[in-house]
Design a protein around this ligand. Structure first.
Ligand code: HEC
Ligand code: HEC
Length: 432
């Protein structure tokens, strides 16, 4: 995770690495951070297990719950719904206003493979909704890209608020860092106080201006995210747990795979991707965060893509699912699935313990690279410790099914660990 997509042109690879620098570089005051903000770089929040990843950083949303015939109030005039919890000047602090009676925490997802998600044909997401059984049927979240163009089905955000990588860059630049751009030129005022903003804002807007090569910072952020490789999945297919995952209805919403359309970059075009999401809005009952955002009402959330899951800690939008081990995390995450996911939750909980373990083993394959036994996103001597017995075992060639631990070495998935894999492993080992 964190590497560029294989097959980029040299020019795109250069944009990837230049974009990675921009994504990780702390913005200075002169460059436009603040006056109110959450962090000073994209990578302050997106950094586990590599730049572009997730983190334990959460942000706060607030508002006033619907009551007495009034709808949910996002408290826009008081700076809602997103809190900027840091400021350059103490006179410009934003706090959750006393009027708010709803607050929600939202955790940081990773952005690996974001360009591939963007390249999924709109029609495929629309078809997902058309094919779903009424009991789990989701809703397409059509949104206008901030950079212009026609409305598209969203693929990003816990509540499906954003459709393109460029839009997310523009949105996060302003709302997480305080960087105004030609697309969003107005700074956030602390709790809506324009006088306080005027007193604290020392840099004229828009702050983001083209660099020597003619790119805005938000273009640079976009290049990096668009060219980021998707999380690995190992074994790639055939695990019994994946069949059980489908049988209990998880795959009704967590749609396994897509083929991307034809886009400007060959490396992103016509690729099979396995994000495990339908990118639709679902009523999740008590799991909803009670915030109304765009097309998503209080109890509605967008199906979270599960690729990369094995590398994550606390799960769900507010990190409410915690556990001593991965199996415990999954059990808790499923237990919190309500609303349209209630039947699937019950079916999962009715599985035998052995079958639940198989589902968990499958979910552990999402975010695991070949040979990475200890799941630390690196191939080191600790992985060799697990590999060696496979090589020196009783039979000269080790037969492996996708459910065997050794299957994570069966790169060509032909059911054994042999010289083909050994050769590949040597190349990984020696950095080739
Ligand atoms: C203060 C922490 C923080 C900073 C700084 C930050 N992000 Fe995020 N990022 C988040 C959180 C939290 C979410 C989930 C937001 C939501 O859905 O409410 C998110 C979501 C995203 C997503 C959508 C991922 C998905 O699959 O839903 C993208 C893309 C993204 N951020 C890009 C960026 C970029 C680009 C920057 C820098 C301009 C940035 N972020 C800065 C915390 C942060
Ligand atoms: C009705 C649609 C639906 C069904 C069915 C469903 N999910 Fe989900 N799933 C979601 C949504 C929506 C989220 C995001 C919830 C949130 O706001 O935290 C989610 C989140 C998750 C997460 C947390 C991911 C993360 O990164 O935090 C896991 C794990 C998960 N689902 C596993 C499952 C499993 C296993 C099943 C089957 C037992 C299942 N889901 C069935 C819609 C569904």
């Amino acid at each position: 995770m964190g590497e560029p997509i294989p097959g980029l042109t040299p020019a795109q690879t250069t944009l990837f690495f230049e974009g990675q620098l921009a994504f990780a570089q702390p913005l200075t005051i002169g460059e436009g951070v603040g006056p109110i903000f959450n962090e000073v770089s994209c990578a302050s929040c997106h950094n586990i297990p590599a730049i572009g990843g997730f983190s334990t950083r959460r942000v706060t949303r607030f508002g006033v719950a619907a009551a007495g015939g009034n709808d949910f109030d996002p408290l826009e005039s008081l700076g809602g719904t997103l809190l900027q919890d840091q400021s350059l000047d103490l006179n410009c602090r934003e706090l959750v206003p006393v009027e708010a009676d709803v607050t929600a925490q939202r955790g940081t997802p990773h952005v690996f493979g974001a360009g591939l998600l963007e390249a999924i044909p709109d029609a495929d997401i629309i078809t997902n909704a058309a094919l779903q059984d009424p009991s789990v049927q989701g809703m397409v979240s059509m949104v206008l890209p901030l950079e212009g163009g026609a409305a598209k089905p969203a693929r990003f955000g816990w509540k499906g608020g954003i459709a393109t990588v460029h839009s997310f860059s523009i949105d996060a630049a302003l709302n997480e860092m305080g960087l105004t751009t030609p697309f969003l030129q107005q700074e956030n005022a602390p709790n809506g106080d324009l006088a306080a903003l005027a007193a604290c804002d020392t840099v004229s807007d828009p702050e983001d201006a083209p660099d020597g090569a003619g790119f805005l910072r938000v273009d640079r952020f976009t290049h990096f995210q668009r060219y980021l490789a998707p999380p690995p999945q190992t074994p790639k297919s055939g695990m019994t747990g994946e069949a059980l995952f489908a049988a209990v209805g998880c795959a009704d919403c967590h749609t396994p795979s897509y083929t991307t359309g034809t886009v400007a970059e060959a490396a992103l075009s016509n690729q099979v991707v396995r994000p495990y999401s339908d990118f639709l809005l679902h009523d999740m009952g008590a799991l909803g965060d009670q915030i109304v955002e765009g097309n998503a009402s209080e109890s509605v959330m967008m199906t979270r893509a599960l690729w990369g899951l094995a590398q994550r800690g606390a799960l769900l939008h507010d990190g409410r699912a915690t556990g001593a081990n991965f199996g415990g995390l999954i059990d808790q995450a499923v237990a919190e699935h309500g609303g349209q996911a209630a039947a699937s939750r019950a079916a999962y909980q009715a599985l035998s313990a052995a079958n639940r373990d198989l589902v968990v083993d499958f979910l552990l394959s999402l975010g695991r690279a070949e040979f990475d036994f200890d799941l630390d996103n690196a191939i080191t001597e600790f992985d060799w410790f697990f590999l060696e017995p496979l090589l020196t075992g009783p039979a000269p060639i080790q037969v492996v099914t996708p459910d065997d631990p050794g299957a994570i070495c069966d790169v060509d998935q032909d059911g054994d660990f042999d010289l083909v894999e050994f050769g590949k492993m040597q190349r990984v080992w020696t950095g080739q």
